[in-house]
Ligand binder design. Structure first.
Ligand code: 5GP
Ligand code: ZN
Length: 122
């Protein structure tokens, strides 16, 4: 999508610290980390958010499974053996500031405070 910041990051038009990429998924460090490890996992295909996922699109379910499996692999690779958290914000009240579906992978410390920071910083 033309004016989508994450589509531009995926295409390399905006720089990012990419830590994983395959044909469907792109993962990069959040520019404003809310935890010691804060990675964003996004589908390369533009999807607005979890609220626009649909049974009518046969690729959607597979993409979500792949995003979550990839998060687990990255968590292992990043040494988050003590635990981690996945968050996806949806829409205005959910605190979604970038309208391209993304999953936050947070870890690297006990997350009580960091989760709150993510929820309340907007
Ligand atoms: P949301 O608030 O929509 O759940 O999450 C959007 C996330 O994208 C925020 O945590 C924000 O810090 C991150 N973000 C916004 N713009 C950029 C950017 O240009 N580069 C990177 N790496 N992260 C960004
Ligand atoms: Zn996009």
């Amino acid at each position: 999508m033309q004016d989508c910041i994450f589509c531009k990051i995926i295409k390399g038009e905006i720089p990012s610290t990419c830590i994983y990429e395959d044909e469907d998924v792109f993962a990069f460090r959040d520019i404003n980390p809310a935890a010691p490890t804060h990675v964003l996992l996004v589908p390369k295909r533009h999807i607005d958010g979890a609220d626009t996922l649909s049974d009518d699109d046969p690729e959607h379910a597979a993409l979500i499974v792949k995003l979550i499996f990839t998060a687990g692999k990255l968590a292992r690779e990043l040494g988050l053996q003590d635990g981690w958290r996945l968050v996806t914000n949806v829409g205005e009240h959910g605190g979604q500031t970038v309208r391209h579906l993304h999953i936050h992978l947070l870890g690297g410390a006990a997350l009580g405070d960091f989760g709150a920071k993510l929820e309340f910083r907007k």
